[in-house]
Design a protein around this ligand. Structure first.
Ligand code: C2E
Ligand code: CA
Ligand code: CA
Length: 626
C-alpha cells in the first residue's frame, strides 16, 4: 500500500493496514449515527510543492488527508474509505494511458466529487467537461484550494441532503396519496357490504347522465327493499342481521354478472352498479333499452336470487324483497330525482303488500311530493324553522280583539312559504305531528306569557290540535305543563279540533278531551259544517266553541243555501250554549251577514290575516278595537 497520511507532527507517514482500518472505521462508521467529524480528502499529484503544502492546508481546513501514489491506491482509498473529495492533478495518466481524471469520470468512482489541479486552460476545459466539481489553475495556492475544498464538500453534502429530503418527501407524498385513496374508499363504500354507498351511487348515475350515453341506451334505477327485515333482526340479533345483509349485498353484486339481468342483448350495456343505500335498501343501476315488461322481468330475476334461502347458524333464512324502478330520463334527469322516484314506487308497492313497481303515474308524482316535503319538513324541525303567527278573533258586539288563533308558518329555503294546509297532513303521516303540535302549544303559551308580561291585556289563545296528538301524543301532559310553566289561566287557552277529527267517537279520544276540559282549558270544534259529521255528536262532545267553516261565509252572498245553513248552524250552537265564531270573514257584507246569524265573534281577512307576534302586540297596544 502506497498511501501516506499527513500527521499532526507535520510529517508524512506511510500508512499501515491497521491505520487504514482505523481511518476506514472513523470515516465510514461514524458513532451515534452522525457524520464523521473530519472529512476525508485523497490527493494524488506529482507536483512536489502540492504534496508538501496541500495536505497541511487541507488538515487545517478540517480534512483528514491521504496521499495516493498510484491509481490503485487512489482506487483502494476511494472504494473503502468513502472520501468526501478527490484532488487530482490533470497531468497524471491512468494505466490505460487516459488522463487520470478522465478515467475517474468513467469509473466506479465517478460519484466522488473531484477537484482537478490544472496546469493549462485546456486542462480546465477538459476537466469541467468530465464532470469535475471544481478546478484550480497553476500556480496552486493551497490556502485558497483548501477553503474551496471545504465549501465544495459542504455544498455537495447539502445537495445530497436535499436529494435525501426529496426522496423522503416523495415517500411522504406517496403515503398521503395512499391515505387519501383509503379515505376516499371509506367515504364511498358501505362498510357492511363493501358496496358503494348512496353518495357514490348517485355520483355514478349523475356521471352517466352527464356523459349523454343514456340518451341512446337508457338507464334504469332499481331500488330494492328487503321485506320484514325487522323480524330477521329480532330472531337472529343485530350481528346476525348484519351477516344476512352482507350476504344480500353479495347476491345483488352477483346479479351484475348475469346476462339475463344486464340486458346485454337489449341496447348494449353502458355500465352497471350495485349499491347499499342505507338501512335495508339496495340499489341497482342497469342499462335499459326495452319495455316496462322487460324491466319487470329483470327485476324478477333479482327477486328470485334473493328468494333463495340463506344459511345461517344451521338454519335457513328466507327473505323477500320489493322493488321500485325509475327510468332515465323519462322519470328524472338527475340521480336525486331518479332515486326519489324509484323510492316512491317502492313505498307505494310496499303499502300494497310488496312486489315490483315501475314509477309512472300522477299518483306516484303526489307521493314524490310527499316524500320531498317530508324531508324538507324534517330539516325545518331540526333547524327550528317553524314559526307561529297569530290571527285576531274579534267580538261582533264591541269589535274588540279578544283572542287570537295561533297558525303555523313555514318558509322553506328552497320553495318559500308552504301552507300548513299542505304540510300538516304530511307531518301527520310522517309521524312528525306530535313533535310539531307540542311545539305549537308550548310556543303559544310562551308567547301569551310574554304579552302579559309586557302589560298587554289578557286575551284568549286558540291553538289547533291534530287528531294524531290525541291518538298518539301525551297532549294532556303537554298542555298541563305549558300552562303551569308559563303561569297561565287555563280559561285563556282554547284547543281547536277540526270537525273531521272529532267525528270519530273513539272512547280514548273522548277520555282525553274530558281530561283537557278538566284542566280548565276550552275546546272548540273547527271547520264546523265542512265534514260529514252528524250534528248529534255535538251532544256528546265537551266543547265550548263552534267555528263555522269559512265555505259558508264565503258562499253566503251568492248562494242562499249557504246562508240558510250558516244560520241554522249558528242557531244550533247558540241553543247548545256554545260561543259561535264565523271563520273567513273577508267583507263588511259578510260581517253583517254572520252578525245576523247570531255569531258571537268573527275571524277573517276583513279584520286581519295572521300576523307576527310583534305586529299583534302592536295592535293590542294601539287600542284593541279593530
Ligand atoms: P284553520 O284552522 O281553519 O285555520 C284558518 C285558516 O284560514 C288559516 O289558513 C287562515 O290563514 C285562513 N284564513 C283566515 N281568515 C281568512 C279569510 O278571511 N279568508 C280566507 N280565504 N282564509 C282565511 P292557514 O294558516 O293556511 O291554515 C290552514 C290550516 O292549516 C288551518 O286551518 C289548520 O287546519 C291547519 N293548521 C294551521 N296551523 C296549525 C297548527 O298549529 N296545528 C294544526 N294541527 N293544524 C294547523
Ligand atoms: Ca283553526
Ligand atoms: Ca277552520
Amino acid at each position: 500500500m502506497a498511501l501516506e497520511k499527513f500527521t499532526a507532527s507535520g510529517r508524512f507517514r506511510r500508512i499501515s493496514e491497521d491505520l487504514f482500518e482505523i481511518i476506514r472505521q472513523e470515516n465510514t462508521e461514524p458513532k451515534d449515527g452522525t457524520q464523521a467529524a473530519r472529512k476525508l480528502a485523497v490527493l494524488i499529484c506529482k507536483d512536489a510543492a502540492s504534496r508538501k503544502w496541500g495536505p497541511k492546508w487541507l488538515e487545517q481546513a478540517g480534512f483528514t488527508t491521504l496521499i495516493a501514489a498510484t491509481q490503485a491506491d487512489l482506487q483502494l482509498a476511494a472504494d473503502s474509505l468513502q472520501p468526501a473529495l478527490l484532488l487530482v492533478e490533470s497531468g497524471l495518466r491512468a494505466r490505460n494511458g487516459e488522463p487520470l481524471h478522465e478515467w475517474l469520470a468513467a469509473s466506479s468512482l465517478r460519484a466522488v466529487p473531484r477537484l482537478v489541479l490544472c496546469s493549462s486552460e485546456r486542462d480546465v476545459e477538459a476537466a469541467l467537461e468530465c464532470g469535475a466539481v471544481d478546478v484550480v489553475r497553476k500556480p496552486y495556492n493551497w490556502q485558497v484550494i483548501s477553503k474551496r475544498a471545504t465549501r465544495l464538500v459542504h455544498s455537495v453534502s447539502s445537495l445530497l441532503e436535499l436529494d435525501k429530503a426529496q426522496e423522503a418527501l416523495g415517500r411522504a407524498l406517496n403515503y398521503a396519496n395512499d391515505a387519501r385513496q383509503f379515505l376516499q374508499r371509506v367515504e364511498d363504500i358501505d362498510p357492511l357490504t363493501e358496496l358503494p354507498n348512496r353518495r357514490k351511487f348517485s355520483e355514478t348515475i349523475d356521471r352517466i347522465l352527464n356523459s349523454g350515453h343514456c340518451q341512446e341506451n337508457g338507464l334504469a334505477i332499481m331500488l330494492i327493499g328487503i321485506d320484514r327485515f325487522r323480524s330477521v333482526n329480532d330472531s337472529l340479533g343485530h350481528a346476525g342481521g348484519n351477516e344476512i345483509l352482507a350476504e344480500v349485498g353479495r347476491r345483488i353484486q352477483g346479479c351484475l354478472a348475469r346476462e339475463d339481468l344486464l340486458g346485454n342483448n337489449n341496447g348494449g350495456l353502458i355500465t352497471a352498479a350495485a349499491a347499499k343505500l342505507g338501512g335495508v335498501r339496495f340499489g341497482l343501476m342497469l342499462s335499459h333499452g326495452g319495455s316496462n315488461q322487460d324491466l319487470a322481468r329483470r327485476a324478477e330475476v333479482v327477486q328470485s336470487v334473493l328468494a333463495q334461502p340463506i344459511s345461517f347458524d344451521g338454519q335457513s333464512v328466507y327473505l323477500g324483497c320489493s322493488m321500485g324502478i325509475s327510468v332515465a330520463t323519462r322519470d328524472g334527469d338527475s340521480a336525486e330525482h331518479l332515486i326519489l322516484n324509484a323510492e316512491s314506487a317502492l313505498l307505494e308497492i310496499k303499502k300494497r303488500g310488496g312486489g315490483i313497481r315501475i314509477f309512472r303515474d300522477t299518483h306516484d308524482q303526489a307521493l314524490v311530493r310527499r316524500i320531498e316535503l317530508e324531508r324538507k319538513l324534517r330539516d325545518a324541525i331540526n333547524n327550528k324553522a317553524l314559526q307561529l303567527h297569530y290571527q285576531p278573533l274579534i267580538c261582533n258586539q264591541g269589535r274588540e280583539l279578544f283572542g287570537v288563533e295561533a297558525l303555523l308558518r313555514w318558509t322553506c329555503p328552497e320553495e318559500g312559504r308552504i301552507s300548513p294546509a299542505e304540510f300538516v297532513p304530511v307531518a301527520e303521516e310522517a309521524g312528525l305531528m306530535v313533535e310539531i303540535g307540542d311545539f305549537v302549544i308550548r310556543e303559544s303559551c310562551r308567547q301569551l306569557r310574554e304579552w302579559l308580561d309586557q302589560g298587554l291585556p289578557p286575551i284568549r289563545m286558540a291553538m289547533n290540535l291534530s287528531l294524531i296528538q290525541l291518538l298518539r301524543g301525551n297532549i294532556v301532559r303537554t298542555v298541563r305543563e305549558s300552562m303551569m310553566d308559563f303561569a297561565l289561566d287555563p280559561a285563556l287557552l282554547e284547543l281547536e279540533l277540526s270537525e273531521r277529527g272529532v267525528v270519530k267517537r273513539d272512547p280514548e279520544i273522548m277520555r282525553k278531551l274530558q281530561q283537557l276540559r278538566a284542566l280548565g282549558v276550552r275546546l272548540s270544534v273547527d271547520d264546523f259544517g265542512s265534514g260529514e259529521a252528524s250534528i248529534s255528536y255535538l251532544k256528546h262532545l265537551p266543547v265550548d266553541t263552534l267555528k263555522i267553516d269559512r265555505s259558508y261565509v264565503s258562499g253566503c252572498a251568492s248562494d242562499e243555501r249557504d246562508q240558510v245553513m250558516g244560520m241554522i248552524m249558528a242557531t244550533l250552537g247558540k241553543k247548545l250554549g256554545l260561543t259561535v265564531v264565523a271563520e273567513g270573514v273577508e267583507t263588511a257584507e259578510q260581517l253583517e251577514m254572520v252578525q245576523s246569524w247570531g255569531c258571537d265573534a268573527s275571524q277573517g281577512f276583513y279584520f286581519s290575516p295572521a300576523v307576527s307576534s310583534d305586529q299583534l302586540a302592536e295592535m293590542l297596544r294601539k287600542d284593541n278595537q279593530l
